[in-house]
Ligand binder design. Structure first.
Ligand code: AHG
Ligand code: MN
Ligand code: MN
Length: 342
């Protein structure tokens, strides 16, 4: 490793000191989340050798069977973040209700939301998984934090990020001024700045979607994918490639690295459910990162970051990535709404 490497801690302090971009408590918050991600990364790496694989007999609020690592990651994040004095409350995919900071600890002004372990179905097969997080500011003057205080549109996020546990452990972060990536150096035990100002190319020929759901999608989504599949003989006049890892965190990481489209759209099997992915701790943080990197993130015709949440665990239809493609998808939705043939 070069002597000139910049650790996450140094980078955060420099952002605070030189650029005045982050208040001290937010810096501490990010440091604590990163510390928790390191611990989760160690648990993931040990895998079967330390008995952390496999499922429990419990279900989370979404009705999904919990994996051991879902619960371990949730506990690690909770423990690392509740004592520091920077948070007022925490919300997690694995917790039905919000977790207000216990009275024995000082209370801060931020709200932290996370999906502790994204890509649970990939845990036991040693494929990249991750942690996704979002940070909101608590309104001033709130005595008793409640779930409704979390219900802010994604554009209000003060920070968003994720950490992937794969061949490398990578933390990708935005504080609202672009996107940076940090790679865990396992020898030093610290995250090192490896990419600054990540940019998603506007054009792409790659998409990621669970094709087995195709027959259930809405017409504008089918139209878009049909046209991609028609390749150079179809209206797009070019061939597309498909990649699907099945962990949102890893699929979105690929999009941030080299462009592409990631989708988990609404489908007609559960018409009253907006989609599979959760708005507050999956769609919103990823949408912030993608927009900060010059891409777009929509739920059909609507910008994801403009959705007004009504429930902590609500779902969203997600389409994000390279600007030209997501703009096209958005237009197909607008045309369908206007009654044009889809
Ligand atoms: P989680 O593991 O946090 O429940 O999220 C899993 C999500 C997401 O990571 C992925 O894109 C999607 O589920 C895959 O689901 P299917 O295999 O059902 O398509
Ligand atoms: Mn998830
Ligand atoms: Mn999860």
């Amino acid at each position: 490793m070069s002597d000139h490497s910049v650790s996450l801690s140094r980078w955060l302090i420099e952002q605070q000191r030189t650029h005045g971009q982050i208040p001290g408590p937010l810096r501490l918050l990010i440091e604590q989340v990163a510390r928790a991600c390191k611990r989760i990364s160690h648990a993931v790496t040990r895998g079967a050798s330390s008995g952390v694989l496999g499922s429990l007999e419990t279900e989370n609020v979404q009705g999904e069977v919990q994996k051991k690592l879902d619960v371990i990651a949730n506990d690690v994040l909770l423990e690392a973040n509740e004592w520091g004095g920077h948070l007022a409350a925490i919300a997690s995919e694995e917790l039905e209700r919000i977790h207000p900071i216990p009275h024995r600890f000082p209370r801060g002004e931020y709200l932290l939301l996370y999906d502790p372990l994204d890509g649970s179905s990939n845990i036991d097969v040693n494929v990249t998984i991750g942690t996704i997080f979002s940070v909101l500011h608590l309104d001033e003057g709130v005595e008793q934090v409640q779930a409704r205080h979390f219900l802010q549109p994604g554009r209000c996020q003060v920070a968003a990020g994720y950490c992937t546990y794969g061949p490398q452990t990578t933390l990708v972060l935005s504080l609202g001024q672009g996107v940076c990536a940090f790679t865990l150096d396992p020898e030093q035990g610290s995250f090192v700045l490896t990419q600054e100002n990540l940019r998603i190319p506007a054009a792409t020929q790659e998409f990621a979607v669970n094709m087995s759901n195709m027959r259930h999608w809405a017409p504008p989504v089918r139209r878009y994918i049909d046209e991609c599949l028609a390749g150079s003989e179809g209206p797009r006049g070019k061939d597309f490639n498909m990649r699907w890892i099945g962990s949102m965190v890893a699929d979105v990481h690929r999009v941030l690295q080299r462009g592409g489209v990631f989708m988990y759209p609404w489908d007609r099997r559960e018409p009253d459910r907006a989609g599979k992915l959760r708005l507050m701790y999956e769609a919103n943080p990823m949408a912030m990162l993608v927009e900060q990197a010059g891409g777009m993130a929509v739920a059909g015709a609507t910008r994801i970051l403009d959705i007004q949440p009504t429930e902590l665990h609500q779902r969203a239809s997600v389409m994000l990535g390279s600007r030209d493609e997501i703009e096209r998808l958005r237009l197909y939705h607008l045309e369908a709404q206007a009654g044009a043939p889809a």
